[in-house]
Design a protein around this ligand. Structure first.
Ligand code: M6R
Length: 601
């Protein structure tokens, strides 16, 4: 949520900042801004809207600099407008700041220290920058004032500060919000995500919470809370810059849907040993196998993947499993078993709601495993163990390939834990995953047909229902989320048998109902539910599986292992949602009000 970038070096900072922000735009796109520092001082360009709007303004100006900071915003405090956009400046304009996160005590700090200051924005960020100036006016050096203010802040933050009187430094700090330093020859960069820095470097240094980092052209000084300088090695990130490009696709979402078979095959490689057996770090299996109950914690699409994961863990490994929405669990923690193990599922590894649970459960001494796509992300660093998705960067706000990768990795974990518990394998999982990858490929090849379904069912409707039973119900929840978040059609997923208990009242002539029928034991009953809504005028679409299909089904996915069907049955739903949004002329990759990485609670 919000993206930060900073550059200090010898080159044109304007272009590096704008290009960096373009790569961070998925983190928030309500407004954007940059500040450039040169011998004449600091100039701020900022604008409500997208980076493209900011670029138009910045490119029209001759102002340049070799030092600067930038920001793309997902609004928390105050509406998206020019005043609330970052960078923010202190009253005298000596200090300029960008901030990602939420400061919980900003009102208290404002009332205690800044009663006489006139604020220009409604943001918590402006309190930070005015406070820095306040302490600087009291005689502290910029580093001292910055450090003091950071110590006073409660909440989450990633900060980058410029001082007009010092054109050789960017001051940086973080707590709970991601921020990395990129290291180069005669320059250094700072950003919320390595993707923003790949244009200039692939060598990075981590920053830890509460550290103060002084970034200069030729050095990076990291100090801990007591002011002791920390030695920190750099590492080379193995990210292929082209993974973060759209390539031949019109949208990242379409590209990411098409990448799913390849991601599946990569996961098969990564979790397979030389003998072709499933492989995973023993320490992970030891901890998971010791648990008497597993608690899966996640949000949004990752929560939906967790619902499917529960099926694998219970059915294959025989371990009771609960799946919880992170934002609820933290405030309403259920009674826990004696030996719980927590699995945090998060594509980004930064979701604040999930992290809040992790922090609390760590305090209670409970073991944790994060399943994430982002190595080095907060949830990965803070958990005892990590399983990576190997899905490559997911840029579209609507998660697609991360969902199927999460399900695949959870299936592998479940089979390995089942083996550890001495259970006989009932399937050759790697072979079944390979079959699923082929089936996914067959479905993405039918993208044109899914476009036709979107045209036939969703072109003008205001609402839509997705129904299924058992594991199909879990997928119907994901199908509904996909459709609503990018097309703004009000969509809900329901257990087929639950409709008659209330929701069926909403069915009228032509209401689209998309039903999944991939499970043998409920094949007849879900088809019965379809008849019930059809009798009330619904426009029904049945997506079934080869072998269970019946005449008149709208689309039939290839036959695969029944428990693994979510890997494939979700793909038509992703494509139908994509085309429904596209036909409505919407910004598929950046739907309104959303952001890719949700770092506020
Ligand atoms: O990064 P995470 O997987 O933790 O994110 C969780 C949700 O915010 C995310 O899945 C969200 O629901 C997506 N927009 C769904 O497409």
């Amino acid at each position: 949520m919000c993206g930060i970038v900073g550059y200090i070096g010898k080159d044109n900072a304007k272009e590096i900042l704008l290009k960096g922000l373009e790569k961070l735009e998925y983190r928030g796109y309500d407004s954007a801004g940059i500040a450039l520092e040169n011998a004449d001082g600091v100039t701020v360009f900022k604008e409500k809207g997208r980076i493209a709007d900011l670029r138009n303004i910045a490119d029209d100006s001759d102002v340049d600099g070799t030092l600067g900071i930038g920001h793309t915003r997902w609004a928390t405090h105050g509406v998206p407008n020019h005043e609330n956009s970052h960078p923010h400046q202190s009253a005298t304009k000596r200090f300029t700041l960008v901030h990602n996160g939420v400061i919980e005590n900003y009102e208290e700090l404002r009332d205690e220290y800044l009663a006489d200051v006139k604020f220009l924005s409604e943001t918590d960020t402006e309190v930070i920058i005015q406070l820095i100036e306040h302490f600087s006016n009291e005689g502290l050096s910029t580093e001292e004032a910055f450090t003091k203010v950071v110590e006073l802040l409660h909440g989450s933050y990633a900060l980058a500060l410029l001082d007009e009187e010092d054109s050789d430094t960017i001051y940086v700090a973080k707590n709970k919000s991601p921020l990395l330093i990129g290291v180069g020859e005669d320059f250094n960069v700072v950003a919320s995500d390595a993707l923003a820095m790949l244009q200039v470097t692939n060598e990075y240094k981590e920053i830890h919470d509460h550290e103060i980092v002084i970034v200069k052209r030729d050095e990076v000084i990291i100090k801990d809370v007591d002011g002791n300088v920390q030695d920190r090695d750099t590492y080379i990130a193995e990210i292929d810059a082209s993974d973060a490009e759209k390539g031949v696709y019109d949208h990242y979402m379409l590209k990411e849907i098409h990448e799913q078979p390849a991601v599946m095959r990569r996961i098969i490689q990564e979790y397979q040993d030389d003998q072709g057996n499933l492989k995973m770090d023993d320490a992970i299996i030891d901890d998971v196998a010791k648990a008497d109950r597993i608690y899966i914690i996640a949000a949004g699409t990752s929560y939906h993947a967790g619902l499917v994961g529960k099926e694998f863990i219970e059915k294959w490994a025989g371990v009771p499993t609960e799946v919880h929405v992170a934002s609820e669990f933290v405030y309403n923690t259920p009674l826990l078993s004696e030996k719980p193990l927590f699995i945090y599922i998060s594509q980004s590894g930064e979701t604040a709601d999930s992290r809040a649970v992790l922090v609390e459960m760590k305090k209670r001494g409970h073991k944790s495993l994060t399943v994430t796509n982002v190595p080095g992300s907060t949830l990965s660093r803070e958990a005892d163990h990590t399983l990576l998705l190997h899905a490559g960067p997911e840029i579209a706000v609507a998660s697609t390939k991360a969902y199927t990768a999460q399900i695949a990795v959870l299936s592998i974990l479940s089979q390995i834990v089942a083996e550890r518990h001495g259970k006989e394998a009932t399937i050759d999982l790697l072979q079944e995953l390979a079959k699923a990858a082929n089936a996914m490929e067959a479905v993405v090849d039918d993208a044109e047909f899914m476009e036709q379904i979107a045209t036939d069912y969703l072109e003008t409707t205001r609402n839509a229902f997705f129904i299924g039973r058992t594991i199909d119900y879990n997928v119907s929840l994901e199908g509904a989320l996909k459709l609503k978040e990018i097309s703004y059609i009000q969509a809900e997923g329901f257990a087929g048998g639950e409709l008659k208990h209330g929701t069926i009242a909403l069915i009228e002539d032509n209401t689209p109902v998309i039903a999944l029928a991939t499970q043998e034991n409920v094949n007849l009953s879900i088809r019965g539910n379809v008849k019930e809504v059809a009798a009330r005028g619904a426009h029904t679409c049945i997506i079934s599986m080869d072998g269970l299909n019946k005449a008149g089904d709208t689309y039939v996915i290839p036959q695969i292992n029944e428990l693994l069907t979510p890997l494939v049955s979700v793909v038509p739903l992703q494509l139908i949602s994509y085309y429904a949004a596209l036909h409505r002329g919407l910004d598929v990759d950046k739907p309104r009000n959303l952001a890719k990485s949700v770092t506020v609670e």
